[in-house]
Design a protein around this ligand. Structure first.
Ligand SMILES: [Zn+2]
Length: 416
């Protein structure tokens, strides 16, 4: 079962993205590993004698702690605690000068020329020997109308941030993520006063933001026990996450925690989304007189970072045909194109008080597109729903490995 968790921070937060002394940037979200580690520390302080409960919550792998993404939306249509917040896919594009979703632009008194997803166009380009550029040219400049003329600015990637789809089809927006830089001085341990020549900067997420994500729990009784712990820890102000917790950073409280039913992982829903995507791709192919030879097209979009290794334990930078066959028994998936970046993932093991070994992960928002000519039967939909439901790769208990099959973003978002 799954539950939604929303936290709000009373103090600035910092989740360092590098071990370098030079770079003090913070991640723009709360990683599942920091959530798990911080709550484990709260549990140790709150009830140090309940060792068995600690193991059930934090080390047994029975609870998967998802990343918590910023959920700061002003519009009523977007402000619902159970509405998921997701990383923008790598295939998302917008106007270079006036980027952003058109929804509520007038209300916000901003000029935004709309967002569109270019996965289908790039897939058709890849399927046709990467020679027919006509399909890409059509989307190179912004067609937003200003005084009956096209805006004409170039279209550029719009994939850095977190969005939410609201209650109505057109309601889509980007979360605000206020950050600032703190400048601090070092304190001399001998004199308990300012230490000479130690001055440093720290980028932080500002106070009073909301962060939302989902937890996967083995069963409801485990969730009930965990929810009760969360409530007590929040009431007693014992929840601290991230870096620099001894320097006045990191305090949060729980503002929402409820069980949810997610039907987007059911085989039937996945089947519908794959068919909708494939039909839209083929329709676009006919418009441009291009080939789309597979019976189905299946996009896999990474909702969080994914750590995959091959048989020789080397980090992979793609979801491969071999992986899908070996791990899921799914043959016939032919990679057509991919939009992927990688990120070095660092971490700190709070229990062992040691740094974790670095991993290379495929970044959230990466998209992989497969062509499929095999049997489109119940077995296929069941495997795809298992992939989305269970996630892929390593450290899934810390929020890694979450994927969406045939994300409706690729078919629905087209504000050109
Ligand atoms: Zn424009």
């Amino acid at each position: 079962m799954q539950a939604v968790l929303v936290l709000s921070n009373q103090m600035p937060l910092s989740f360092r993205c590098s071990r370098s002394d030079e770079i003090a940037d913070t991640l723009r979200y709360i990683p599942g590993s920091s959530l798990s580690g911080g709550l484990a520390a709260s549990h140790s302080r709150l009830c140090p004698l309940r060792k068995e409960e600690f193991a059930r919550f934090f080390t047994s792998g029975k609870i998967h702690f998802g990343n918590l993404y910023p959920a700061n939306f002003e519009s009523k249509e977007l402000d619902g605690d159970t509405l998921p917040v997701r990383s923008l896919p790598a295939t998302s594009r917008s106007c270079k000068r006036f980027s952003g979703f058109r929804f509520n632009a007038d209300h916000d008194d901003e000029e935004r020329h709309g967002v569109s997803d270019h996965l289908i166009l790039w897939t058709l380009f890849a399927l046709n020997n990467k020679t027919n550029t006509q399909v890409l040219e059509a989307s190179e400049t912004c067609s937003y109308q200003i005084d009956n003329k096209n805006c004409g600015e170039s279209i550029t990637p719009f994939n850095d941030g977190f969005y939410r789809h609201g209650y109505t089809p057109e309601a889509m927006g980007i979360s605000k993520i206020p950050i600032r830089v703190l400048t601090r001085t070092g304190i001399s341990r001998a004199r308990h006063a300012v230490s000479e020549s130690i001055l440093y900067n720290l980028e932080v997420l500002e106070e009073n933001q909301k962060f939302q994500g989902t937890l996967h729990c083995e069963d409801e009784s485990l969730w009930d026990a965990f929810a009760s712990f969360l409530e007590t820890a929040s009431e007693q102000e014992l929840i601290y996450l991230g870096n620099s917790r001894t320097r006045g950073l990191g305090k949060l409280r729980v503002t929402y925690k409820e069980k949810i039913d997610r039907d987007d992982e059911m085989p039937e829903q996945i089947k519908q989304r794959v068919i909708t995507f494939s039909e839209k791709l083929k329709e676009t192919a006919r418009t441009y007189n291009l080939n789309a030879p597979h019976s189905l097209y299946i996009p896999v979009t990474l909702e969080s970072e994914v750590i995959l290794r091959d048989a020789l334990m080397r980090h992979q930078t793609a979801i491969t045909r071999v992986y899908l066959e070996r791990k899921w028994g799914l043959s016939g998936m032919e990679p057509v194109c991919q939009f992927v970046t990688t990120r070095r993932v660092m971490g700190w093991n709070a229990l062992a008080k040691l740094p974790r070994a670095d991993d290379v992960a495929m970044a959230m928002g990466s998209v992989f597109l497969f062509g499929y000519n095999g049997a489109a039967d119940d077995r296929l939909w069941k495997i795809l729903s298992d992939i989305q439901g269970q996630g892929i790769g390593e450290r899934r208990e810390h929020g890694f490995g979450r994927v969406v099959i045939a994300d409706s973003f690729h078919t629905e978002v087209n504000e050109r």
